[in-house]
Design a protein around this ligand. Structure first.
Ligand code: DP6
Length: 333
């Protein structure tokens, strides 16, 4: 039985996939169709506290000072129900207070850091003692990309083969200090996106004739990217990350109805990355299910890449992020 009135606080950094996850082999267990490879970022973090309170009749969720209801509360409540079932704590609801160090609506993968921090804080608050792999599998139930934020630096997510998904977990490839690259994020709008990742990937899987071709080429992308990360080969990693990302967006554009997350500034920023490369600057981009462009480069070139992207019409601001640590339990008691 979970102890009464226990509070735990956890911190997690967001991560950006360099080889993407897009599509599920099981919707209920949130099992990915393919593996993925990501970089966990420092400074773009979620801090979450979970307080088990026997006086509550249902879960409460506060995000960045706003009381959340409807879809966000439902998602957090369903996740906490999984934790309660494992802990044998049925009916013991929680107060969840979460804060992002970056605007939630800006589409910088807040569900990744959010569910990684929630998995860590909630499992501690309900008295579960989980290994990092078990935490990764748990975080995945909240959001597929969250499984990767349990670990720091360069991380690979395994799609697993088991029906229950216990082997669909992430692991660290290279720790944050192991390859000191920078990801320059060009924020092209502050508005929230219209189509969530979950909805967008389901529509792509169901209706895009290009989707199976992307999945078929994905294994090679993942293997080449893994070898490039382990060998610290930015040239190869960059080439794979761009082609994998553009393939994913091509699948979405071919869906029926078409799904296009880009705006004018997305295309302009993408072209600027190519211009920089044509001028000899080693930099490559990726784009998630949103309009922002994320450029990967060495520390030496980060300032020049930032300056160039800041000048692109429509880019609201840029953020330079370093590799960051995995999830951390800050306090429990
Ligand atoms: C394009 O992890 O947000 O960022 O599992 O449905 O919550 P759910 O999806 P989510 O999807 C991330 C999609 C992506 C690629 C990636 O992060 O691998």
């Amino acid at each position: 039985m979970a102890p009464n009135r226990r509070t735990a606080v956890a911190r997690a950094g967001t991560n950006i996939a360099l080889v993407k996850y897009w599509g599920k082999r099981d919707d209920k267990l949130n099992l990915p169709r393919t593996g993925s490879l990501s970089l966990t970022l420092a400074g773009l973090e979620t801090v979450t506290s979970v307080s088990v309170d026997p006086g509550l009749q249902h879960d409460h969720f506060e995000l960045d000072g706003h009381i959340e209801r409807g879809v966000p509360l439902g998602r957090v409540g369903r996740f906490l129900a999984i934790v309660r079932e494992r802990a044998g704590a049925a009916g013991q609801f929680s107060r969840v207070v979460s804060r992002n160090s970056f605007p939630t609506a800006a589409g910088l993968a807040s569900s990744a850091s959010g569910f990684a921090a929630l998995a860590c804080a909630a499992s501690a608050a309900y008295g579960l003692d989980l290994s990092p792999e078990q935490l990764s599998a748990l975080a995945r139930r909240g959001s597929g990309s969250a499984a990767r934020s349990i670990f720091g630096g360069f991380v690979e997510m395994d799609p697993g083969v088991l029906p229950e998904g216990d082997d669909a977990v992430a692991h660290e490839l290279v720790p944050p200090a192991g390859w000191n690259l920078r990801l320059v994020v060009a924020v092209t709008t502050e508005a929230a996106k219209d189509v969530s990742s979950s909805t967008g990937m389901a529509a792509t899987e169901e209706t895009s004739p290009l989707y199976e071709a992307w999945v078929a080429s994905h294994g090679i992308d993942l293997e080449e990217a893994r070898l490039a990360v382990v060998g610290r080969d930015l040239q190869v990693l960059g080439a794979v990350m761009e082609r994998n990302c553009l393939g994913m967006h091509a699948c979405m554009m071919a869906a029926r109805p078409p799904l296009l997350y880009w705006n004018e500034a997305t295309l302009a920023a993408l072209r600027e990355v190519w211009n920089l490369r044509a001028r000899g600057v080693p930099v490559w981009f990726t784009i998630d299910a949103g309009p922002h462009v994320k450029a990967l480069c060495r520390v030496e070139e980060a300032a020049a890449v930032k300056t160039a992207l800041d000048k692109v019409p429509g880019v609201a601001r840029t953020i330079v992020a370093a590799p960051g640590d995995g999830v951390r339990l800050e306090s429990v008691g």
